[in-house]
Ligand binder design. Structure first.
Ligand SMILES: [Ca+2]
Ligand SMILES: [Ca+2]
Length: 188
């Protein structure tokens, strides 16, 4: 909750400064450096089938001064996700936080597919990104729109079906209402 409050304050200050300060001031602010990172540890089950539970380490950018505001390092907010089992690190831009979950081995190749749900400073509408590891590289094989503010697992909306496919419940805006739609995504 504390983080969310900080993010909201930062966003409001950001909008204020964008509208009121000159380019020179903005440039000097964006040259601030990050002094620390937060790393979040998320247990994600056994993703590489070695019978050991694996952990995802999500590195989140921090600002120079929590009481003030500033951009992320080099003006780019980016998160990275590393894995205890040595799988390649995933880097995602335009994000300040993320959720990672193991959705099981959809294509039965011995490696679990995962989802990553990046989030920004504010806003509840986001996307679930579906990733599979092929030749030691993460490949995105689909996305689904969701309200990302609910504090619940996304696994309830994802189901493995036959033929290397998953069924996911997407949430979309239609004429001002949130409508749930079923989407089928396959690993090619
Ligand atoms: Ca493992
Ligand atoms: Ca797999």
């Amino acid at each position: 909750m504390e983080n969310i409050t900080s993010y909201l304050i930062l966003l409001i200050l950001n909008l204020f400064f964008q509208n009121t300060t000159s380019q020179t001031v903005r440039d000097s602010i964006s040259s601030y450096k990050i002094v620390a990172f937060d790393t979040e540890k998320i247990p994600i089950g056994d993703i590489n089938s070695d019978k050991r539970i694996d952990t995802a380490y999500i590195k989140i950018p921090k600002f120079l001064n929590e009481e003030d505001w500033g951009d992320c390092k080099n003006g780019t907010c980016e998160i990275s996700i590393a894995f205890s089992c040595g799988f390649p690190t995933i880097n995602i831009g335009n994000a300040v936080a993320a959720t990672v979950e193991n959705i099981g081995d959809i294509d039965n190749d011995g490696t679990s597919e995962i989802i990553v749900v990046p989030s920004w400073i504010i806003g509840c509408w986001g996307q679930i990104r579906f990733l599979t590891l092929k030749n030691n590289e993460w490949k995105e094989f689909g996305r689904a729109k969701r309200n990302i503010c609910r504090e619940e697992s996304y696994l309830n909306s994802i189901k493995k079906i036959r033929g290397n496919k998953i069924k996911v419940i997407e949430e979309v805006w239609i004429d001002g209402d949130v409508v749930e739609k079923t989407k089928i995504i396959s690993i090619k």
